[in-house]
Write a new protein. Structure first.
Ligand code: GLU
Length: 298
């Protein structure tokens, strides 16, 4: 079995990221699985210093990984091939919609698709409209063709989940491959068998499973874990206060205290050194994890 951790180096980790990372590590190490690290670094907001900062936080907390990290920016050829494969199978179309057009299209309910789904506007353009767009300066995004499919899967934490699939983006107008494409391609290429991540990504998982089918890739199992929320019930963010490991340390907490804070939020035993995490992994039982978000009032 192989697990993974796939952060975007766009900032320092906060307690929510660290808690999800700790869980991904525990899921993997409790079954003696490999644990791989991939940086999802195709985002424009990526900054050089955060690669090291994120790796350093993990190391300080005693969370190790095997090999890597793998960087997505080194793998553009691989995503291009996957995209070409989908194009060759006739499974894609060009989309010239502006952000505004997409916003307008998604706010109108259509065909029973979930909120935020694209309505397929560019799929139904006439030949004349397409040739006009092709002569314009705008470069099109590439979308997958779907037909109102719904996909069900058994999530290890959430249980049975069903979601509709829209014509989601595979590559942006500037050619950058999308998160859904790169994530699926990389998980398969890295031999990942178990994905553990925040439940904010639950609703996009049917899209990823659909893509696995189209690319004939073996899908991993999924465990979506509850996020950390602030006192207003919103996803924890840097502006909520002292939420990063370095901020907690500068307030006088030790690394072990921060780790124990995370462990107690998961109803797991505390440790006296980070090395003892191995013992926590030995008795880790995912079925006993809290099912609800951790509300953190900084
Ligand atoms: N890079 C994504 C994030 O930082 C995680 C994606 C995933 O785990 O599939 O939110």
């Amino acid at each position: 079995m192989t697990g993974r951790w796939a952060p975007s180096p766009t900032g320092e980790f906060h307690l929510g990221n660290l808690r999800t990372g700790l869980l991904a590590w525990l899921f993997a190490r409790s079954t003696g699985s490999e644990f791989l690290w991939r940086f999802e670094d195709l985002d424009a907001a990526v900054r050089r210093e955060f690669y090291a900062a994120q790796l350093d936080d993990f190391s300080r907390l005693g969370l190790d990984w095997d090999g890597g990290p793998i960087l997505q920016r080194d793998r553009l050829d691989i995503y291009r091939d996957a995209l070409q494969d989908l194009k060759d199978k006739g499974l894609t179309y060009n989309c010239w919609c502006t952000r505004k057009e997409i916003r307008e299209s998604v706010s109108a309910p259509h065909n029973g698709l979930p909120d935020g789904a694209y309505n397929g506007r560019c799929r139904w353009l006439s030949a004349k409209e397409i040739s006009e767009y092709e002569r314009s300066a705008r470069s099109p995004a590439t979308r997958i063709i779907t037909n109102g499919e719904h996909l069900q899967f058994e999530d290890r934490q959430v249980g049975l989940f069903e979601g509709a699939i829209d014509d989601f983006v595979l590559a942006r107008g500037d050619g950058t491959p999308s998160y859904n494409l790169t994530s699926v391609v990389d998980d398969a290429a890295m031999g990942v068998t178990e994905v553990v991540r925040g439940d904010d990504l639950l609703s996009t998982t049917p899209r990823q499973l659909f893509l696995c089918e189209q690319l004939k890739l073996k899908a991993p199992t999924y465990a979506h874990v509850p996020l950390v929320l602030n006192s207003a019930g919103k996803r924890l963010a840097k502006r909520d206060g002292a939420v990063t490991l370095s901020q907690r340390i500068s307030m006088g907490e030790s690394v072990v205290e921060v780790l124990n804070y995370l462990l107690s939020s998961l109803s797991l035993d505390s440790v006296s050194t980070v090395m003892e995490l191995e013992l926590v992994a030995k008795v880790f039982n995912p079925t006993k994890l809290p099912r609800h978000a951790w509300i953190l009032d900084i």
